[in-house]
Design a protein around this ligand. Structure first.
Ligand code: FAD
Length: 584
């Protein structure tokens, strides 16, 4: 396997590196790329998936992103989504990227960061270095922002020359009537349009910035390109950390042909396997809740009770409306015919047209205080919370609303793709659920076995009620707002029971899905009784072992999370460099 751009090696070819990064995903590649800025330093990236994402058209072509779900580059986890006394739902696949670039190669592109108030909440866990002010520049550092047509002069430059190229969504001409109608409906309800959502407040309807540039996906492997001192061991699974007292000396790796190799780390091991695999690897290596490890005969080297706990995610409610014929992209992307042929030709010519689109052009961040204040369960919860809104205590938006102008099976794979017509998928994403977090546990002692994952949505019923009201609020804009009310039709596949609280709640419990933003399973902390890593991202009790990925988030951001994951990668790299003054 060869990329010609990234230095791929085979197991057994080299055995010692300065830094070993486990997981060539979103954050892992940022760390590797930054550490390799000193050409004298050797860095190994171990990646369980393929090492050549640039050769996989479903990954590089923006509008084909939904096709990557359940494919060969997806971990496709089985997951308990809901686990209530009255209702349990186990689903598969729960998608995570298994390829160089990790989930940054499978995600849906939106580049947003969240509110100041939410990141200020991180300080309670990570200390002074983890609040909005301290992290601000790290959100900008990974990216180069392009506005080639000068369409957004009022938006400040949100990049600092990093390897990841981002730009505002290409406004596809075919979507103009849809886009205009949505903007009109939104403002007809007195709601705002706001493109400046990057300075700590997010509200209104915004034109989306995406990790797409010139019609091609940008992903974290761009941090590795051209760095000859980074080696990538792809299709190789890290089985265990090798530990000697309070130091990690290396890792044990299962190679693509079934062979096992041992690799030594001279300086540090950085675990970046993502929110599910990182806690699993720590537990397999003897770092985790003693009681849990003992079930599998694993000796606890460090009894670290929070490993695998505090799994946070956004539950979403996807639903679909018919649009007036021709206003969505269904015929351009989902069905064979002249429009699809046109889309393929345009993309092959210069990466333009519907296939070069990330599909999301407009995203909404509403609060719905007025509606919530009419609901007795909410009023009671607010009173019990000292009069502070539990869903957005610092003024954060209650929801992220995605308007996907076609039927999106990625969020509704239980329903067939409609055979004809134009459709709109609306995704209502609850940004700060108050349910108790979920967890990740070992399924067995076999490193190749998937972990047990339980996202534990809706164990507090108020989250269901909030989603119920969120769906009603957005649907009211679409169904009665100026302009949009004239282009919207029936629900698919069956009517949404908007007039019954009980039936709406049932629909939400039965149809909700993951927003794909899990985090928190090795959270930042002041000590081992609060979490897994300290403010320098070192695992408590170890001198040269860090976790750098979405697992360390102590509080879920109030929007999609990749910008925050890249931020953690950048900050993590600087923290490591600060401990190796002889090298940096
Ligand atoms: C379908 C989907 C859509 C999304 N859409 C958006 C969006 O629009 N906007 C947004 O902001 N966020 C989005 N996200 C979320 C965002 O992409 C992720 O939160 C982020 O990429 C996670 O980064 P990470 O570094 O924590 O993990 P990952 O990027 O998942 O990286 C982990 C890497 O480690 C590798 N690995 C794991 N275990 C081992 C092992 N033992 N040995 C070797 N390698 C290992 C994995 O194969 C993977 O490459 C989406 C995510 C998904 C899955």
């Amino acid at each position: 396997m060869s990329t010609g751009k990234v230095n791929l090696i085979s197991p057994g070819s080299t055995h010692e590196f300065d830094f070993v990064v486990v997981g060539g995903g979103t954050a892992g590649n940022v760390v590797a790329g930054r550490l390799a800025e000193n050409p004298e330093v050797s860095v190994l990236v171990i990646e369980a998936g393929r090492g050549d994402p640039e050769n996989i058209a479903e990954i590089t072509t923006p509008a084909r992103a939904f096709e990557t779900r359940n494919g060969p580059n997806d971990w496709k986890y089985k997951t308990t989504l809901i686990d209530r006394p009255d209702y349990t739902r186990v689903e598969k696949p729960n998608t995570r990227g298994k390829v160089l670039g990790g989930s940054s190669c499978l995600n849906y592109y939106t580049w947003v960061r969240g509110s100041k108030a939410t990141f200020d909440d991180w300080e309670e866990f990570g200390g002074k270095g983890w609040n909005w002010h301290a992290l601000k520049d790290y959100f900008d550092k990974p990216a180069t922002y392009h506005d080639d047509e000068n369409n957004y002069p009022h938006v400040r430059d949100i990049g600092m020359g990093g390897p990841l190229h981002v730009e505002h969504a290409d406004l596809v001409p075919e979507l103009r009537p849809f886009r205009d109608a949505l903007l009109k409906a939104w403002t007809s309800k007195g709601l705002t349009i706001n493109d400046n959502i990057y300075d700590g407040t997010q509200n209104g309807l915004t034109h989306c910035v995406n990790t797409i540039y010139k019609g091609v996906r940008s992903s974290s492997w761009s941090f590795l390109v051209g760095k000859t001192n980074i080696h990538v061991l792809s299709s190789s699974h890290c089985k265990r950390l090798l530990i000697d007292g309070d130091r990690v000396t290396g890792v044990e790796v299962h190679g693509p042909n079934g062979e096992d190799t041992t690799i030594q780390a001279r300086k540090e091991v950085i675990v970046a396997g993502g929110v599910y695999e990182t806690p699993k690897l720590l537990m397999l290596s003897g770092i985790g809740p003693e009681e849990e490890l003992s079930k599998f005969g694993i000796k606890a080297i460090s009894n670290s009770p929070h490993v695998g706990q505090n799994l946070l995610d956004h539950p979403i409610m996807p639903h679909t409306f018919r649009l007036k014929d021709g206003l969505g992209l269904d015929d351009h992307l989902l069905r064979a015919g002249p429009q699809k042929e046109g889309a393929v030709t345009a993309y092959n010519r210069n990466h333009s047209g519907p296939l070069g689109s990330g599909l999301l052009e407009l995203v909404g961040f509403p609060r719905i205080d007025e509606r919530l204040c009419r609901i007795k369960e909410y009023v009671k919860a607010k009173q019990e919370n000292g009069g502070i809104d539990p869903f957005g205590p610092g003024g954060q938006p209650h929801f992220q609303i995605d308007f996907v102008p076609m039927f999106s099976d990625a969020f509704q794979w239980h329903f067939p793709v409609p055979p004809e017509g134009s459709w709109l998928t609306v995704i209502v994403d609850l940004l700060r659920p108050i349910s108790k977090p979920g967890f990740v546990k070992l399924r067995s002692k076999d490193p190749l076995d998937d972990p047990c994952i339980n996202t534990n949505y809706f164990n507090n019923h108020l989250d269901v009620i909030a989603l119920r009201e969120g769906v009603r609020a957005v649907d009211e804009i679409l169904m009665t707002g100026e302009g949009f009310k004239d282009i919207i039709g029936e629900d698919y596949p069956w009517p949404m029971p908007r007039n019954s609280d009980e039936a709406m709640e049932k629909a939400i419990i039965e149809r909700s899905q993951t927003g794909f933003h899990p985090c928190g399973t090795c959270r930042l902390s002041q000590n081992i009784d609060q979490g897994v890593v300290d403010g320098t991202l070192k695992v408590h009790g170890f001198k040269n072992l860090r976790v750098v990925d979405a697992s360390v988030f102590p509080v879920i951001p109030d929007c999609r999370i990749q910008n925050a994951v890249y931020m953690v990668g950048e900050k993590g790299a600087d923290l490591i460099k600060a401990d190796h003054k002889d090298l940096y």
